[in-house]
Every structure is written in C-alpha cells, then in structure tokens.
Design a protein around this ligand. Structure first.
Ligand SMILES: [Zn+2]
Length: 349
C-alpha cells in the first residue's frame, strides 16, 4: 500500500504458473480413457522435460494422482474444475470486483474426491517447485534490488530481509489453504515483512469481511502515499504511562480501510510505535533542540516539534537510528576526496 512492488513477468518464477495453466487447459480433453503418460501430451516441452527428470518423481506422482482422480469425475464436474481454475487466475479482477463470487475458487467447491489431491499438488508446487524450477530466491533478489526503500510496503515499520541473509516471506494475497489454485501464481504472491505476514495478515481472507464480499487491492497495481494524522490524541503525561492515540489514515477510502483492517495498522502504529518509541522519540527531540537552539516558551517548543516532524517526514520510511547515527559519524571521518566531492554534488543537485 505504501509503494508499488515491481513485477518481473520475464522471470522464471512466472513460467511455472504458465505451465500449470496450460496443463489445466489441456485437461479439457481428458476423460476416463486418458493416460497420464507420456506427459508431453499435457505439458509444454520445457515442463515435460522437468517432470521427466529423475529428481522430479515426487512432483510427477502428485500430478499423476491428481490426473487419475480427475479423469474419472463425471464430465460436467471435469468441465467445472477446468473453468473455475481458469477463472481463478485473474487475481486483480477477483480482488477488485465484488460481483465475482470468490467462493467459486475456494477449495470447498472442488469435488470432494479431488480436493485433497489438489491441495497436495499445489502445496508441493509452492514449497518445492517454485524454489527449484521457479528460482524464487533469485526473484526475491531481483525485487529487492528494484525497491527504492527496503521497508515492508505493507506496514512501513519493519525492514525487508537482505536476500543474502534470508528470502523474505512471500504472502499469498488470496491465502493458499482456501484458494489453492493461486498457490504459484506470481500475481498472487508478494514479498512481505515477517510480522505483517505471520502475525497480522496470517490466513485472513482479504476478499471477505465476515460473510460480506469486499474489495481488496493488488500491491502490484495500487499504492498510496499514506499519511498519518494524530489529531485528537492525548500523549502520555510521563514516561511511565501510555498515550491515548487516535490514528487516522489518509487517504481514507475502500482500499486503505481494508488494508488497515487486514494489517491492523492503527493498532500497530499506536502500540508499537507511538507508545513503544515514545521515550526514545522524546530523547531525540531533546537532542535536536539542544543542537538547534533551546526554545524559551511553549510556542517555540511547538515550532521545534514541527521542524523535527517535517524533517523526518521528508523521508517517511527511514529506519531507526542506532546504525544511522554510526553511519553519519563514520562519514564525518571519511576523507576520500572523490567521495566528498560526489556528496557535495548530490547536496547541490
Ligand atoms: Zn510489514
């Protein structure tokens, strides 16, 4: 929501889902007399070759088990499976158009005998094949490199992992256990901060609020330069108590409200940031005004708060200062002429 996440449609990670889509299209011609082998009947040659590798026996057996159960379904059910899979693939439409019945893509609408095999197959495709065939770690590296700020785009208060440390969690926008057909669809998969993914969004069904169908947003298509206001809040009286924070999000629209609800943004900003960082931030303020002139009355104090607030909001997604302070301190000792000249040019640009 805070900024867009780039898509890399040419990346190998996207090819896996293309192969799955082709497989489902070819299933339209399958009936009780069909044989799974040779797999080149149902898969593009690139993926057929992959399936025939000696190290892909497990994957092949998942496909075969699914296929053998699928082919003996009544023809009307086979047709429905193929159609629903196909309709499940336009993630942006499903998120955005509340007239689309999202339940049609849920596991519960897959024929009962086929359902466990679909789940097993797609779980394996996500956990194993997207890593090996899809090179998802390399995908994360590429996305990370393209991001201007390495902050979680969903909350703005946690950092994304450097790819050399660990691949970030990938969130299934439509969660995988309920919507298995989106398991390896890269338009449904997005790197997300660990806290956002595991502690807050979790397995939330983003397109339903209780039983009501609601709009959600694609993080590849929609973002807002979110602003926060705290009008009406009461800050703590001392360092031992907490404040009563009224967090307001701007702009306030269908998408930002749903985003806020899914990621518990107001609560996290109030508890983790405003209360959790209150003492540190007041200390920072004290340091700032010591350097920039001590105020003599409350009007001047408030003017200094404004100065500091506006200074920080020039770079709203910046990180805490333990390392940042050391960085500036180091640069104050770094006398490389080329570097210093480049900094001067940067400042004047
Ligand atoms: Zn986050």
């Amino acid at each position: 929501m805070l900024f867009l996440i780039p898509q890399i449609p040419k990346h190998q990670a996207y090819r896996l889902n293309k192969h799955i889509r082709l497989f489902f299209r070819r299933l339209a011609n399958v009936d009780g007399t069909s044989n799974f082998n040779p797999v080149s009947n149902y898969f593009h040659s690139e993926f057929a070759n992959w399936l025939n590798r000696p190290d892909q026996l497990t994957l092949k057996s998942h496909f075969e088990a699914f296929f053998d159960r699928f082919k003996v379904l009544p023809s009307a059910q086979r047709l429905l499976v193929v159609q629903r899979f196909s309709n499940s693939q336009n993630i942006e439409n499903i998120l955005n158009d509340i007239l689309i019945d999202g339940q049609l893509f849920q596991a519960k609408t897959i024929p009962r005998t086929l359902r466990p095999l679909v789940k097993e197959l797609f779980k394996y495709l996500y956990q194993t094949t997207l890593v090996s065939f899809g090179q998802i770690k390399d995908h994360y590296q590429s996305v990370y490199n393209m991001l201007e700020t390495k902050t979680c785009p969903f909350c703005g208060i946690e950092r994304l992992n450097a790819p050399s440390l660990r691949k970030q969690d990938y969130d299934h926008i439509l969660n995988q256990s309920k919507y298995p057909y989106g398991s390896v669809n890269m338009r449904n998969l997005v790197p997300m901060g660990t806290e956002c993914n595991r502690s807050f969004k979790g397995s939330t069904d983003v397109i339903y609020q209780a039983t009501a169908r609601v709009k959600y947003y694609s993080p590849f298509i929609l973002s807002h330069a979110i602003k926060v206001s705290l009008t009406g809040s009461i800050p703590p009286n001392d360092f031992d108590t907490t404040g009563n924070w009224k967090v307001k999000i701007h702009p306030n629209n269908t998408y930002t409200r749903r985003w806020e609800a899914v990621f518990k943004i107001k609560k996290r900003y109030a508890e983790q940031m405003l209360n959790g960082c209150y003492v540190d931030w007041m200390k920072d303020f004290k340091i700032y005004i010591k350097r920039h002139g001590l105020p003599t009355n409350s009007v001047e104090i408030r003017a200094k708060f404004k100065e500091m607030g506006e200074m920080l909001l020039e770079n709203p997604l910046s990180e805490p200062n333990l390392v940042k302070g050391a960085f500036y301190r180091f640069l104050s000792t770094y006398t490389n002429r080329t570097y210093n000249r480049a900094v001067m040019d940067f400042i004047r640009s």
